[in-house]
Design a protein around this ligand. Structure first.
Ligand code: 5RP
Length: 227
């Protein structure tokens, strides 16, 4: 399977998982949905069961638009309460289901929805599974006026920050991508970076990792639970 076929397989596995959940609960549920090409494939799948989904909370305007185009209602997280399940992709995932996210610049809303969900399911192709986080440049969302200051602080933490030129997040902020980080302690670095004044959040998902990884491989989709 090539990468695209693996993304389709992971999205299909998530669709089946959500379908089982809905059958088990016997009622319509509100689900959280992420951003990116893998999440888009999942959105296209769940259109088949749109009548069993009362609404979705989307992690970006782009995903909200795609959901609406399939006739799935969007609701605001403030009115939805705790979500039963959140489905999203990742840029990197390790064996502890800690992630790097934000390649699509939606990291802050993604982190909020993950925090507000009972279960976070990550869907990914095999290329995303890594022994050590950090090869993928770590996205950091910053308040625009703090960008240079935050970049200087990130250098002190050992990274090489680069401004993602021309990108404005759905929250009106900028993205700095930090290259050449060896993330040996993801929880520590997540907190250290979040403590820099001007940082909205960073793309390490270690304080709230995924609960289940649906990892598409040539041998099928592996279900890896957090131990
Ligand atoms: C968006 C994200 C995405 O989940 C991540 O970039 C993976 O995207 P894709 O499924 O296209 O590989 O974090 O902010």
């Amino acid at each position: 399977m090539d990468q695209q076929e693996q993304k389709v397989a992971a999205a299909q596995a998530a669709f089946e998982y959500v379908q089982d959940l809905i059958n088990h609960w016997g009622e319509e549920i509100v689900i959280g949905i992420g951003t990116g090409s893998t999440a888009n494939l999942f959105i296209d799948q769940i259109a088949q069961i749109k009548n069993s989904i009362s609404a979705a909370v989307a992690s970006s305007e782009e995903s909200a638009k795609r959901l609406k185009s399939h006739g799935i209602s969007i609701t605001d997280l403030n009115s939805a309460g705790t979500l039963r399940v959140y489905i999203d992709g990742a840029d990197e995932v390790n064996e502890n289901l800690q992630l790097i996210k934000g390649g699509g610049a939606a990291l802050t809303r993604e982190k909020i929805i993950a925090a507000a969900s009972s279960e976070f399911i990550c869907i990914a192709d095999e290329s995303k599974f890594v022994p050590l986080l950090g090869k993928f440049p770590l996205p950091v969302e910053v308040i625009p006026m703090s960008r240079s200051y935050v970049a200087r602080e990130l250098v002190k933490l050992g990274g090489d920050p680069a401004y993602r030129s021309g990108v404005v997040t759905d929250n009106g902020n900028h993205i700095v991508d930090v290259h050449n980080l060896e993330i040996l302690d993801p929880r520590k670095l997540e907190r250290q970076i979040n403590n820099i004044t001007g940082v909205v959040t960073n793309g390490i998902f270690a304080d709230r990792p995924a609960d289940l990884l649906l990892l598409a491989t040539d041998d099928g989709v592996k279900k890896i639970s957090r131990s």
